[in-house]
Design a protein around this ligand. Structure first.
Ligand code: PBG
Length: 365
């Protein structure tokens, strides 16, 4: 093809190129190499590089932009005082006791981050198969939500609804004979969501993938008068190897089996459309795809089907991969972070949950 373009007399017209170059004349490689004059401007009527010439121009024609207001910062909270423990597989991320969590949220808020997503580290002694601690009104998450609302009222709080941090089995639901019970679990999730709403959360985010939980939670919230508490639904959540570091952070890895009977099969995309349709009918306000990076096509497909905002979860394993390669000096960390997050927005995500939130805010400032 380069040889063809190198010889204007033999150059293909646009129409011929579009037609697959069927009119290509026979070339003599020896003579074409010798003749090869520069292509005249007549043969190149569109020069896309003109729009890439300067930084100003590139910015003017940029189709997708990443903004601090797109970001949601996930944070881990634990019992105790004045402690901050780094998560080995997530360098730069910590489990915070409430006092230090408030300091971290203050900093994030000052950087322009508007929303956080909270996850609790629950002591083993408080875990059971029914996830009873998940709806304790004086539990770690309700107390944390109340304290944040008092100290930093402007920050939007999203609380996770699922049993795994509270479950002695590490599963997102109640286990019986090695199976995860659906409807019995939904009843507990409803209580958990109500406890979080009572504590003052802005959004509940069911991440459990039980059937029917969005509808059950919406009805219960409305019946209790919490019509303004929103639902960010983990609608298309895949059974993924990318959650490993998160499970380290919360000591929440399943004690037996895997999560494949409730989280989605990585080979499926039409099923994601089924899941979002259900969540929309059941009352979800925002739909989430998780993980993000290996599922950009899912974000794109969902975007074609809904007018609701879409969130992408840039999960712990995606974070860990970038951190690990950057620590080795193998990639330019800042460039790869921005490129990764912009890919999610380009695919159609309106919001991104990311452990990089503070770093990105600093870069974008
Ligand atoms: C559990 C939950 C998980 C994550 C968020 N909520 C893990 C899992 O499903 O096992 C993962 C987040 C991450 O990896 O960053 N309900």
């Amino acid at each position: 093809m380069t040889e063809v373009l190198a010889d204007p007399s033999k150059a293909l017209s646009n129409a011929e190129l579009l037609a697959g170059g069927s009119a290509t004349p026979e070339l003599d490689p020896e003579t074409t190499a010798e003749l090869a004059p520069l292509p005249s401007s007549q043969t190149i009527s569109q020069r896309p590089r003109r729009l890439r010439r300067t930084a100003t121009l590139r910015k003017m024609v940029r189709e997708t932009n990443l903004q601090i207001s797109d970001l949601i910062y996930p944070l881990f909270v634990m019992e105790g005082e004045n402690q901050k423990v780094e998560i080995a597989s997530m360098p730069g991320c910590y489990r915070y006791t409430l006092d230090l969590l408030l300091v971290e949220i203050h900093q994030a808020s000052e950087l322009g981050i508007g929303a956080i997503a909270l996850f609790p580290l629950i002591p083993e002694t408080q875990k059971d198969n029914l996830g009873t601690e998940s709806y304790n009104p004086q539990g770690l998450i309700p107390r944390t939500v109340q304290a944040i609302k008092q100290a930093i009222p402007e920050i939007l709080i999203i609380t996770d609804v699922a049993l795994d941090p509270y479950s002695s089995t590490g599963h997102d639901g109640i286990v019986e004979d090695g199976k995860i019970l659906n409807d019995e679990t939904v009843a507990v999730l409803v209580k958990q969501a109500l406890a979080q709403a009572t504590a003052g959360t802005d959004f509940v985010a069911p991440s459990d993938m039980m059937d029917g939980r969005i509808g059950a939670i919406r009805q219960a919230l409305d019946a209790a008068g919490w019509t303004n508490v929103g639902i960010l639904a983990y609608s298309a959540k895949y059974a993924s190897g990318y959650y490993g570091p998160f499970r380290d952070a919360l000591d929440s890895a399943p004690k037996f089996g895997d999560k494949k009977t409730y989280q989605m099969d990585p080979g499926n995309s039409r099923e994601a459309l089924k899941e979002i349709e259900l969540d929309i009918t059941e009352g979800a306000d925002i739909l989430m795809v998780k993980p993000a990076l290996a599922y950009l096509d899912i974000i794109w497909r969902i975007k074609q089907r809904t007018n609701l905002p879409i969130a992408a979860y840039n999960v712990s394993g995606e974070y860990a991969m970038i951190k690990a390669a950057a620590a080795q000096g193998w990639i330019d960390e800042k460039q790869v972070i921005l490129e990764t997050l912009i890919s999610m927005k380009r695919a159609g995500a309106d919001l991104i949950l990311t452990y990089f939130a503070k770093e990105v805010a600093l870069i974008l400032q």
